[in-house]
Design a protein around this ligand. Structure first.
Ligand code: ADP
Ligand code: MG
Length: 407
């Protein structure tokens, strides 16, 4: 349809159905924000035209035509309320999100924001690797707020950009802006895709400021920290950093819990052996984990084939780690608990896990440990410290590369 105003709307309706035209004639009409508003005092008439529009144009008519009872403003209308949940999928909630060390902070602030949008951290910026639950948390916030009657829009930065390009093409940039100005909560996902899209960034910057000043909540997700975003304007980056920036990670223990939960959800018996294999064979990506578990459901547990682990590799990791820290390899497998040896041992656990396909049990065995929970504990400690301690982070990156090249 060409640009929508009352005249073009009426001639369009006439072309589609003359009966509909005479029905439309019974309404008071207004054109606003690129939409046609139809008002009547007759509830029955309102229902009639809605079902008529629905059969003729499908659900999409609600983007163009709003039917209201006289005196009822748009936020009360069913049409707008439908739109209030744009982009949301009810399968994501806070309840079905497994919380642990690596994602606790992100989860907790997301919940706080959902409880009082606009007033705490604005924007909330969640970043982290693929498949770690960023979209899940954004959607959970959205679903939570829709229930409370907020007008919510969830969108990926890519879709946002496409929508804007379309608006430019059809000369409806003003309507595009207005649409976002009436939102209470904007969830914009995969912000890294704003990279290099200068015009989109300008539009988003304006929408951002408008919402921010009106204390409307903005939640953003990205695969990297705002500072690491490429080709995104400095002023946007500084807005992103102006609220709260939290990282989301997946540690071994949480991964274990997620595996157990997902097995339960799919009614697969939770045997230690299966859990252990899944721990080994899946990367730190919950989407992969879900995929592998669905595969189990379809093809049975035989599908979980063991990969061969080279004992040699574990020995090499022990040797190189020991040399790096100036201790004997035997000290790593021994029971000595000095700070230095302990730290080196934990790093060696971590490297074995990262660089080989060895299971936790196999690593425990290689280090003369009876219990693989010692290994989990050590790995977790390094995961944690690595995030906080830049020097340690550097040492481990170096060892990963140095040893990885020699396996
Ligand atoms: P991201 O947006 O970070 O790439 P998603 O939020 O899309 O990741 O998560 C990928 C899949 O893993 C989704 O199906 C999501 O429901 C699930 N998932 C991620 N983290 C968790 C968690 N902590 N508990 C339960 N499911 C999770
Ligand atoms: Mg995502």
């Amino acid at each position: 349809m060409e640009e929508l105003n009352i005249k073009t709307f009426l001639s369009y309706v006439e072309r589609v159905d003359r009966g509909l035209l005479s029905l439309v004639g019974k309404f008071r009409m207004e054109e606003r924000e690129g939409k046609i508003f139809l008002f009547t005092e007759d509830r029955k008439l309102k229902e009639n035209i809605e079902s008529f529009l629905l059969t003729k144009f499908g659900n999409g008519f609600r983007d163009k035509v709003v039917v209201l009872l006289e005196g009822e403003e748009s936020d009360g209308s069913p049409g707008v309320r439908k739109k209030a949940a744009e982009g949301l999928n009810v399968k994501y909630s806070f309840n079905n999100f497994v919380v642990g060390e690596g994602n606790r902070l992100a989860y907790e602030v997301a919940l706080e924001v959902a409880n009082s949008p606009g007033s705490l951290y604005n924007p909330l910026f969640i970043y982290g690797g693929v498949g770690l639950g960023k979209t899940h948390l954004l959607q959970a916030i959205g679903n939570f707020c829709v229930e409370k009657g907020y007008h919510v829009v969830y969108k990926s930065a890519n879709d946002f950009s496409e929508e804007m390009v379309e608006a430019i093409k059809t000369g409806s940039v003003k309507e595009f802006r207005n649409r976002y100005r009436s939102i209470d909560l904007l969830l914009l996902d995969d912000i890294q895709f704003l990279s290099g899209k200068t015009r989109t960034q300008v539009e988003f910057f304006n929408i951002f400021n408008h919402m921010f000043l009106k204390e409307k909540q903005i939640v953003l997700a990205s695969d990297r920290h705002p500072k690491e975003l490429k080709d995104v304007s400095d002023r946007l980056v500084s807005r992103f950093e102006g609220g709260l920036v939290v990282e989301i990670c997946l540690d071994e223990l949480t991964k274990l819990e997620i595996i157990k939960r997902k097995l339960c959800e799919l009614k697969i018996e939770v045997q230690d052996r299966i859990v252990e294999s899944l721990m080994e064979q899946t990367s730190n990506n919950v989407r992969d984990i879900e995929g592998t578990i669905r595969g189990l459901k379809l093809r049975g547990v035989e599908h979980l084939k063991r990969k061969k682990v080279s004992v040699n590799d574990l020995e090499k990791i022990k040797l190189y780690t020991a040399v790096h820290f100036g201790i004997e390899p035997e000290e790593l497998t021994g029971s000595k608990r000095s700070k230095k040896v302990n730290r080196a041992r934990h790093i060696a656990f971590y490297l074995c896990r990262k660089l080989t396909d060895a299971s936790l049990i196999e690593i425990a065995r290689a280090f003369n440990r009876n219990d693989h929970s010692t290994v989990i504990y050590g790995i977790r400690k390094i995961e944690e410290e690595r995030r906080k301690d830049r020097k340690l982070n550097y040492i481990i990156s170096f060892l990963e590369k140095h040893i990885g090249d020699r396996l």
